[in-house]
Ligand binder design. Structure first.
Ligand SMILES: Cc1cc2nc3c(=O)[nH]c(=O)nc-3n(C[C@H](O)[C@H](O)[C@H](O)COP(=O)(O)OP(=O)(O)OC[C@H]3O[C@@H](n4cnc5c(N)ncnc54)[C@H](O)[C@@H]3O)c2cc1C
Length: 339
């Protein structure tokens, strides 16, 4: 019989983030399949409010590693908290969302507990009472299902693969677990890449992918870079979508070509870029296999705008292909969005 522990850290604003809610949903479903209610383990300065916000979750126990030392993401204290919570729960399986915080610290906790860790898990199943975990290998080209005899088994769950848990708030009695938290690392501040146009934002509803076509000579014989930049940025700001790019477009800058200056390799989707999991995707001026297959293979609803009706990738891989001029389409879309 497995004992499940689901770990979640409290966000800066005191709430639980979407990846945590998705992991709670995964743990709930796994608990039902295994016939074991999950133990919830929360980490943060004061996780009481976060616990109450999910108070109607059917947990076997509510554990917390609480105190100012757990307010900041830090390998040492997070690994110690995870280890102490796993021990207090008597956990054989420990689930946590693959946030940067848990991705950094969970393998250390597994090592100290004499257990094993697997990462980037995209599905959990039970067959003949045995837990099976699924993940992708080789840049999302091979999907494998793993099982292990070793316990405790620590698993980080990839965001975007489960519908977030939702339920009513309710009072919760938290058992505070004593953690010997010691670290030589002091968090003095945070330097992060600017969110927004400059990176893929996994929490956005829509991924907009810009291809090299935006920078090419257009049917009127002109290159219309400033207009392209204006159309793309307006759309991103109006919809708060995530901005992706093909490799060809971001590579142009390293070749000294005039390009859209706000796009970098941080935006690149595809085999050598990222493979995000937004619910919707819109590719514009892209021809390649990468943006249409590898780059958005996990995008659930895919649409493309391309001048070329014979673009095999857009035709084959998009749910809807608009054979149209992206300059005209996006100008009209922005106009409608601004109303
Ligand atoms: C090892 C390796 C790794 C790679 N990794 C990646 C990767 O991670 N990500 C990636 O993206 N690529 C990657 N590539 C490159 C990839 O194979 C393609 O070359 C690239 O994705 C093509 O980029 P594109 O579609 O933006 O440009 P293009 O192929 O130049 O296509 C531009 C398209 O824009 C259309 N267009 C032009 N004007 C308009 C308009 N006004 N309205 C509508 N449509 C218009 C054209 O019809 C054309 O179809 C990799 C290649 C290799 C060899």
């Amino acid at each position: 019989m497995e004992t499940l522990l689901i770990l979640a850290h409290v966000e800066e604003n005191g709430s639980l983030g979407r990846p945590a809610l998705e992991a709670l949903a995964a743990a709930e479903a796994l608990g039902q399949a295994l016939g074991a209610k999950p133990v919830v383990g929360l980490v943060g300065a004061d996780p009481g409010a976060a616990a109450e916000s999910i108070g109607s979750y059917g947990a076997a126990r509510w554990l917390a590693a609480a105190g100012p030392e757990f307010a900041q993401p830090r390998y040492a204290t997070d690994a110690q908290a995870a280890g102490a919570l796993a021990k207090a729960a008597g956990a054989t399986v420990v689930l946590a969302p693959a946030t940067s915080r848990w991705s950094r610290s969970l393998a250390g906790a597994a090592q100290r507990a004499g257990g094993r860790a697997d990462t980037h898990i995209t599905a959990l199943n039970v067959e003949n009472g045995k837990l099976l975990a699924t993940r992708w290998f080789y840049r999302q080209r091979i999907e494998a299902t793993l099982t292990r005899a070793a316990r405790p088994w620590f698993l980080t769950l990839e965001p975007g693969c489960w519908t977030p848990w939702s339920g009513a708030a309710a009072p919760v009695v938290l058992e505070t677990v004593a953690v010997e938290a010691a670290s030589r690392t002091q968090v003095l501040g945070k330097k992060a890449p600017q969110a927004g146009e400059q990176t893929i934002r996994p929490d956005a509803e829509l991924l907009f992918v810009a291809g090299a076509g935006w920078t090419k000579k257009q049917p009127d014989g002109r290159v219309r870079l400033e207009e392209a930049a204006e159309l793309i940025l307006s759309f991103v700001r109006l919809t708060q979508c995530s901005l992706g790019s093909s490799k060809s477009l971001v590579d142009l800058s390293s070749e000294g070509e005039t390009v859209l200056p706000f796009l970098t390799h941080m935006n690149q989707v595809g085999q050598t870029g990222s493979t995000p999991r937004h619910p919707k995707g819109l590719a514009t001026c892209c021809h390649g296999e990468e943006p249409h297959t590898v780059g958005w293979r996990f995008i659930q609803q895919r649409r493309a705008v391309n001048l070329d009706p014979n673009c095999g990738w857009a035709r084959g891989k998009a749910d809807v292909l608009y054979v149209a001029d992206a300059f005209e389409v996006m100008a009209k879309v922005n106009q409608l969005l601004s109303k």
